[in-house]
Design a binder for this molecule. Structure first.
Ligand code: PFF
Length: 445
């Protein structure tokens, strides 16, 4: 077999995997989903899922990818052709997520320029400005297309070394800016109420749909359930410690999400905004907070939205790459043809998604395209994808092979192998099934 290209360095791999994980899911989606689902109780369930399910599924994706040395669809297919559908479901999820992710990426990009254009001058209008912007039928489309073009250029050129370099500088910058925002927010009068909302669980708020939302958020945020981490794992050197890598990526992703929450909620409560403010949360709270900061505000806000755009890009290129790798490997497309054809369809889906926010376009069960793509992927497809992967690893692969792969033939210690294996073989698939069925039933009641 041909020797597979490897990551240049351990840090290169972690940055790429963390780059995929840390994105709009952490900074845009986590805060408003927590707000919509009652705060503390949601956060607690989310953290439990990340630790027990997210980490184990990530380790499984890395293990299967490195064992098979193939991207998602190939990894399933090489073991049993009947399992090809599990990989294909992942590709479909990638497609659908890319049907709305670039819309929000476009907003982030647009906000870099809006802030430079004086958005912060009049704090009272920041909320309305956001609503007017995203419901406009044309302007967000232009930003979405610009954002998608950035993705196309990066992915068409092959493995994205430029974006990884940018990520190495901008991700730590994003982290630092989030800390600045959090500190500023925490010093505002009334901020503690926000911390309580976020961290004090009100158990009466827990129900089937909150639990499903937490599970979906864990998968979405960690880039799991669609083969992305299988593909990344396939490039990982045999010497690397998979357990440690999975732990670092999971911890980084979770730290950013929590920090984003701490940056958002105290300020929100201090400003008297609604915790269930929806998708506009980060686009309204952050500029309003920076507007309070005087002369330095706009500069910080510009840096924030640049860093947010780059964080989004390092995630969306990994999504696009899953689809492109499938078309190249399985359908024998050239890279260029794969990128252009898939990105064109994604652009069409994004047009539907963006227009739906202004109330234009077709609806499914009374829900617009943006929400349909989001709901289908984050609440159903990713979790089912993760469940299938666990069933596949637990029941179709040999336990000894998994052990050899994770421990690099016994050279790396993993004392919790037995627990991990039991989780993957029995507990995770059953939990996902129960959570999904229960959540969907409640959601449609
Ligand atoms: N994890 C990314 C985020 O939090 O923004 C989104 C994502 C990327 C999901 C890649 C799935 C994926 F395969």
């Amino acid at each position: 077999m041909e020797k597979r290209e490897n990551w240049g360095s351990k840090i290169g791999f972690i940055m790429a995997a963390a780059g995929s994980a840390v994105g709009l899911g952490n900074i845009w989606k986590f805060p408003f989903t927590a707000g919509d689902n009652g705060g503390g109780a949601f956060v607690l369930v989310y953290l439990i899922f990340v630790a027990l399910i997210g980490f184990s599924v990530m380790l499984t994706e890395f293990t299967v990818g490195r064992r098979k040395q193939l991207a998602a669809v190939g990894a399933f297919k090489s073991v049993d052709r009947r399992w090809t559908f599990a990989g294909v479901l992942g590709v479909l999820s990638g497609f659908l997520i890319m049907g709305f992710y670039p819309v929000v990426g476009g907003w982030a990009l647009a906000y870099v320029f809006k802030v430079m254009g004086g958005l912060l001058n009049n704090p009272a209008t920041i909320g309305d400005a956001f609503g007017t912007f995203i419901t406009n039928p044309t302007i967000p489309l232009i930003w979405m297309v610009l954002y998608l073009i950035l993705n196309i250029v990066i992915v068409a050129k092959g493995v994205s070394s430029g974006i990884e370099k940018a990520g190495k500088i901008l991700m730590p910058l994003l982290f630092c800016i989030l800390i600045v925002i959090a500190i500023k927010g925490l010093t505002l009068p009334g901020a503690m109420e926000g911390m309580e909302f976020l961290f004090k669980p009100d158990f009466s708020k827990i129900n089937g749909s909150v639990v499903l939302a937490a599970l979906g958020q864990a998968f979405f945020s960690l880039s799991l359930g669609m083969g992305c981490m299988i593909t990344y794992g396939s490039y990982l050197s045999k010497k690397e410690n998979l357990v440690q890598n999975a732990a670092i990526v999971t911890a980084m992703d979770t730290a950013v999400a929590l920090l984003a929450g701490i940056a958002m909620f105290p300020a929100m409560f201090a400003f008297g905004m609604e915790p269930a403010a929806g998708p506009g949360l980060v686009f309204v709270v952050v500029p309003t907070l920076f507007a309070e900061m005087g002369a330095m505000g706009p500069m910080f806000a510009v840096m924030f939205f640049i860093a947010l755009t780059v964080a989004a890009l390092t995630s969306s290129v990994s999504l696009l790459e899953v689809v492109v790798a499938f078309l190249i490997d399985e359908k024998k497309f050239t890279r260029k043809k794969a990128v252009f054809s898939s990105a064109s369809i994604m652009a069409l889906l994004c047009v539907l998604a963006s227009l739906s926010l202004g109330g234009i376009g077709p609806k499914l069960f009374g829900t617009g395209a943006f929400d349909v793509f989001d709901l289908l992927t984050d609440k159903i497809f990713l979790a089912i994808g993760g469940m299938l992967l666990c069933i596949f690893a637990g029941w179709r692969l040999k336990k000894e092979d998994l052990y050899d792969e994770i421990t690099s033939n016994g050279t790396v210690k993993f004392n919790l192998f037995g627990l991990w294996y039991a989780l993957v073989k029995f507990i995770i698939p059953i939990t996902i099934l129960i959570v999904a069925v229960n959540g969907i039933r409640q959601g449609f009641e």
